[in-house]
Design a protein around this ligand. Sequence first.
Ligand SMILES: [Zn+2]
Length: 152
Amino acid sequence: MIPRKPKPLNDAIAPDIALTEGDHELIAAANAVLAKHYQPFWHMVAAAIRSRDGRVWTGLHIGTTVGRLSVCAEAVAFGRAVLDGDGTILTAVAVRHPKPEETDRELAVVPPCGACREMIIDHAPDATIIVKDSGVLIKLPIRTLLPLPYRR
Ligand SMILES: [Zn+2]
């Protein structure tokens, strides 16, 4: 009997939700922005978007004293994609800095907030989003993350 090699983790993930090398580059781009610009309260989340033309756009969360006026990192990144690129979203990811009281000091992939899910589905209903589920990074269609979007 031929001994079997242990399966790499990604083999256990369905190919359509497994991350590509480009997806990992997208996470690295968001991490780099946050590592450079993090400021407690003011800039705690970064995002990276890959447009359909392959270009990457990064954004940073803009905190405000009036909390509801804060702008999410995904919106900033998408604004850059609209102004300077083709305005599309193939894949998006957001990462957050650990809070001061947290012992885990790693930047972490976080899912988009509800408002960003609405924004992304409005402008890119076929986009995929990198999220972490049970400790594993996967890529899901935005429609999966927002099955019943708001409609006027
Ligand atoms: Zn958001």
